[in-house]
Every structure is written in structure tokens, then in C-alpha cells.
Write a protein that binds this ligand. Sequence first.
Ligand SMILES: [Zn+2]
Length: 153
Amino acid sequence: MKSLTAGAEIDAWCTKCRMDLMHRIVAMVQSAPKRVICLTCNSEHNYRAPRTETTASGVHVRARNTGPKPSPAAARVTQKARAEKERADSWSSKTLGQAVDAFTRYAMDKSFREGELVLHSKFGEGYVDKVLEGAKISIMFRDGARTLAHRAN
Ligand SMILES: [Zn+2]
């Protein structure tokens, strides 16, 4: 391999012609060409190695590093998003469009049944999703389920 110096001609990628073409070296940094002039269009630009070489190795690297398989983590996220949408749809169909007096104002000394519509001073509208052991109920609100106390019969 001949040593490169300013003024020498080399193959390089021309950023203007977008082709590998003969260039004349204008400036060197240590033993590498830094600035070149395209002998075709006469534009001066930073040296870029010919594409024919870099592409070949680049393809090789890409083929090894990427795969079409979705990761298990991504699948879990999709599943979670779907469950969240179902929950939100369920909440909407049960609570939206209901008359205001269809809701029972939440208070922990009241007794609630499954499916009962509840209006909470802080969390808003919801419905009793489950009546739990130990004088607790799970209420589904717009932003998610919350376990609250109630008076067990
Ligand atoms: Zn050019």
C-alpha cells in the first residue's frame, strides 16, 4: 500500500456526486486523509471512505445484530395495554350515561353490593367490582381499581 500524502489521488465517497470517485487529498491528519477534492465535480469536502467497502461490512454487522423476533417484554407491554383498554371500556360502559341518582355516594359506613354504582368525593364515578373479605370492596374508578372499606352486613 502506497503511503498517502496531500496531493495524492485516492478513491473516496463524494458527498456531492453520491458516488465512489477519484479524489485528490487536500489535507492529511496523521496518516489518514482529512479533506479531499472530487476530481469529477471539484467540490472539496471531508474524506469519506468508499461506500463499496463500508457497506459490505455494515450489512454483515446488521444481519447479526437485529432479529425480527419481538422480545417477551414487548409482548407483555402489549398484553398489559390491551387489559387496560378492556378495563377502561368496562368502566365506561358501566358508569357513563348513568343518571346522577344512580350513584351511591361513597361512605365507609355504608354497605355496598357488587355492581353498585359509586360516587367518590375524590376518585369520582366508579362501580363495585368485587366485595372482598374483611369489610372491603374493590371499586373500579376511571383511573383504576381501589380497595376501600365499607360496612359488611
Ligand atoms: Zn463529486
